[in-house]
Write a protein that binds this ligand. Structure first.
Ligand SMILES: [Zn+2]
Length: 76
């Protein structure tokens, strides 16, 4: 399937099956979904997926993880 927006790129079958009619390049303007780690108890956690708009409205309620995000940055 050819992209409906730019009419030059090919839309992959997986995207067509998901209901899209634009290629990945034309889809770049669409805001990506955001995720937030939810840790309800000591063991196990899950990732809450939300739209970019929802994230912007509620990001002040999300608690960022304390401490260093990755130690690898210190080994430069
Ligand atoms: Zn396109």
């Amino acid at each position: 399937m050819i992209c409906k927006q730019c009419r030059s790129n090919i839309v992959t079958d997986a995207r067509v099956e998901a209901g899209y009619d634009t290629c990945m390049k034309c889809a770049e303007g669409v805001r990506r979904v955001r995720g937030s780690m939810v840790i309800p108890h000591k063991t196990g956690s899950y990732l809450e997926i939300m739209s970019a708009d929802y994230y912007d409205e509620n990001k002040r309620f999300f608690v960022s993880r304390p401490g260093a995000r990755s130690l690898m940055a210190r080994f430069k």
